[in-house]
Design a binder for this molecule. Structure first.
Ligand code: BES
Ligand code: MN
Ligand code: ZN
Length: 493
């Protein structure tokens, strides 16, 4: 689905379909009224039937003629001014209904409807992101195409001449974010026999060539030389070699400290010797969604040419129970020098991340955010709506929360008090890699906090938000919108 802006159409809309907002259950907006006038009041007449429910996202199809054969009247909700949620529902309802029509192109005036505290740019971005989300398919591994072709293929968003510059930029920005989300979803959906650490590294290098980024991939020997004993311990049970992927984007002066994103890249998590139960184990191919999301964010940032410096670090391995695999009770030395008793080989994410959090210090970053499908406990705590946010830094936490709310990819701050650190005590090593059942997502974050030294740090646990289970199983692309929005704000501030 392609989106573009153009200056207002003044009733002379030419398209397979027009998406027109209806506010307060009954009223057309200015652009809608102009189209209605050009078609003899047939839209107002259709509304008077009462056939359009006021619930946001309800639609009523009206047949017109000539250059505009049909219109979808789209309910924006009961009140005159909507909120983020009702606008989102309206856009989703409208684009889904339009997708059922034979129209190849559409013109949308949904952004004429008022949304509390949101400007036109926000409403345009929301339409692009939702449209691209709905149009997404992952069918490269099917030999027969099963789904309907994407409709509408093109969506025009008319805006006032005075707003055309801002609007075009907002649509381009949202397109870049959607491209990043799409890359993240593709990588997440690709199964473990395709998407190995080597495949992730090759994908990163390819993106680096495309966008002029600096790329470096460390292999096991180089990790050995750096004493990354924790990361290496996770890869031992697999025939797939581990990789540490580093991408650097320089959009600001060399003197400006970079922001670093670290993403968990377990391309399949069997649990290792602490083997997972069989039920839904296939979903552990998504255990590299943190990695995929930081790569997708890098793509969006590079495409937007943001004026920031960004480093992306992806520790990647496959967690398997081979003959050389780590065993419960094994003790490994991390790159930081701290030793870890591996009580459960299924708590492998923190083991690869801890060495990446130490490694990233060499870039002298001001801020480091790690992103990981880290704990099942986070899914129990927050379900599938908010990502878990952990940070000792109130200002950074607030920035991330605000970015998430702005773009509809939210996170919820969890506690990270020192009291929880107690649970990681080990009689044999500096710490254990698990802290027992209580507060499992918090003790995982506590573990990481012991390595996140020398910079401001936040951790996003995306175990509940990175993918959907069930009939519509698949990667969501989260938290690419949240991270990109955060970086956009940093670039402007
Ligand atoms: N990748 C999993 C976390 C996970 C589980 C994400 C389910 C999404 C859905 C992680 O490596 C893991 O296995 N964590 C363990 C930690 C435990 C052994 C302390 C978990 O959550 O059970
Ligand atoms: Mn695991
Ligand atoms: Zn895992």
């Amino acid at each position: 689905m392609q989106f573009s802006t153009r200056t207002s159409v003044n009733g002379r809309a030419r398209a397979g379909c027009a998406l027109l907002p209806v506010v307060a259950g009954k009223d057309l907006t200015a652009g809608g009224k102009a189209i209605d006038a050009a078609h003899g009041g047939r839209l107002a007449k259709a509304l008077r039937t009462g056939d359009l429910p006021a619930k946001a996202g309800s639609t009523l199809l009206v047949q017109l003629d000539g250059a505009l054969p049909r219109v979808l009247l789209v309910s924006m909700g009961e009140t005159r001014e909507g909120g983020d949620k009702s606008f989102g529902e309206a856009v989703r309802g409208a684009l889904k209904a339009a997708g059922q029509l034979a129209a190849d192109d559409a013109i949308s005036l949904l952004h004429e409807a008022p949304v509390a505290a949101r400007d036109t740019a926000w409403k345009l971005r929301a339409q692009v992101l939702t449209g691209r989300e709905l149009a997404y398919r992952f069918e490269v591994l099917k030999t027969k195409r099963e789904s309907q072709p994407v409709r509408p293929r093109r969506v025009v968003l008319p805006v006032e001449a005075a707003e055309s510059g801002v609007a075009a930029r907002a649509v381009a920005q949202a397109g870049a974010i959607a491209d990043g989300v799409q890359m993240t979803r593709d990588l997440g959906n690709l199964p473990g026999n395709y998407c190995t650490p080597t495949y992730l590294a090759d994908t990163a290098k390819k993106m680096a060539r495309e966008f002029g980024l600096e790329a470096k991939v460390l292999d096991a020997r180089q990790m050995q030389a750096l004493k990354m004993g924790a990361l290496l311990s996770v890869a031992r049970g697999s025939v797939q070699p581990p990789k540490l992927i580093v991408l650097r984007y320089q959009g600001a002066g060399a003197r400006q400290a970079p922001i670093a994103l670290v993403g968990k890249g377990i391309t399949f998590d069997s649990g290792g010797i602490s083997l997972k139960p069989g039920l839904e184990m296939d979903e552990m191919k998504f255990d590299m969604c943190g990695a995929a999301s930081v790569l997708g964010t890098m793509r969006a940032v590079a495409a937007m040419k943001l004026k920031i410096n960004l480093v992306v670090v992806v520790p990647s391995a496959e967690n398997m129970p081979g003959g050389r695999a780590s065993k419960p009770g094994d003790i490994v030395a991390s790159m930081s020098g701290q030793t870890v008793e591996i009580l459960n080989t299924d708590a492998e994410g923190r083991l690869i991340l801890c060495d990446a959090l130490t490694y990233v210090q060499r870039f002298k970053p001001s801020t480091v955010i790690d992103v990981a499908t880290l704990t099942g406990a986070c899914v129990i705590a927050l379900g599938h709506h908010h990502s878990g946010l952990f940070s000792p830094d109130d200002a950074l936490a607030a920035e991330l929360q605000e970015a998430g709310r702005e773009i509809g990819d939210t996170c919820w701050r969890m506690p990270l008090d020192d009291e929880y650190q107690e649970q990681l005590k080990s009689p044999f090593a500096d710490m254990a890699n698990i802290g027992g059942r209580p507060a499992g997502s918090i003790t995982a974050a506590c573990f990481l906090s012991r390595f996140a030294k020398g910079y401001d740090w936040a951790h996003l646990d995306i175990a509940g938000t990175a993918w959907k289970s069930g009939a519509n199983k698949g990667a969501s692309g989260r938290p690419v919108p949240l991270l990109t929005r955060f970086l956009l704000a940093r670039a402007q501030g």
